[in-house]
Design a protein around this ligand. Structure first.
Ligand SMILES: Cc1nc(NNC(=O)[C@H](CC2CCCC2)CN(O)CO)c(F)c(N2CCN3CCOC[C@@H]3C2)n1
Ligand code: NI
Length: 186
């Protein structure tokens, strides 16, 4: 299982590298990696397991964060009501945002990152809505539209595949600067 010690931190060059496209059919190693990353998210969202293994909670995890520079990320966005199905759950491979809203969106609480051991305040300005094309573990092409919270999560993960970190999107002069059309997502 993936533990915090497996997650690389700022200063490791893999975090700033352009990750390589994944080839299909997935190798055994890539299949294991995909499953291990999704398992991390599930464990980290279980209070008992998170405590037991000292895991920081996550709704997304990208392969470069475990020092594998490949275009793959696990996303597990749970629903408000824990009995319902997740809002979005999949391993997104070779993802591309093929269109997006002009309207920006940002999480009201800002963002954090399992690879960044410090709090950095400010609005992380992203697209409020995206159309995402990706391949799942079976190699099936998916084309989905996401908005608000799941759209923000996927953009955070896709950024990791291109060496971009969340604070790259925070306004340095005024971290909480907000256009009047900015959608603040809570
Ligand atoms: C928003 C949030 N970010 C958490 N952590 N940060 C992460 O996931 C980083 C990625 C997210 C940061 C902002 C957008 C993507 C990890 N990143 O570095 C991967 O690249 C959370 F943990 C969290 N939730 C809400 C849902 N809750 C369900 C029950 O379990 C606890 C869990 C907590 N929401
Ligand atoms: Ni991150």
């Amino acid at each position: 299982m993936i533990k915090m010690r497996d997650i690389i931190r700022e200063g490791n060059h893999t975090l700033r590298a352009e990750a390589k496209q994944v080839k299909f059919p997935l190798s055994e190693a890539d299949q294991k990696l995909a499953n291990d990353m999704m398992e991390y998210l599930e464990n980290s969202q279980d209070p008992e397991l998170a405590k037991k293994y000292g895991l920081r909670a996550g709704v997304g995890l990208a392969a470069p964060q475990v020092d594998v520079s490949e275009q793959m990320a696990a996303v597990l966005v749970p629903s408000e009501n824990e009995d319902d199905e997740p809002v979005f759950k999949d391993v997104i491979i070779n993802p591309v945002i093929i269109s997006h809203s002009v309207q920006p969106g940002a999480l009201t609480e800002g963002e954090g990152c399992l690879s960044v051991d410090r709090d950095i305040a400010g609005y992380v300005i992203r697209h409020d809505r995206i159309t995402l094309r990706y391949y799942n573990m079976a190699g099936e092409e998916k084309k989905i539209r996401l908005k608000n919270y799941p759209a923000i999560v996927c953009q955070h993960e896709i950024d990791h595949l291109h060496g971009i970190l969340f604070y790259d999107h925070i306004n340095g002069d005024n971290p909480f600067a907000a256009d009047d059309d900015l959608v603040l997502i809570s």
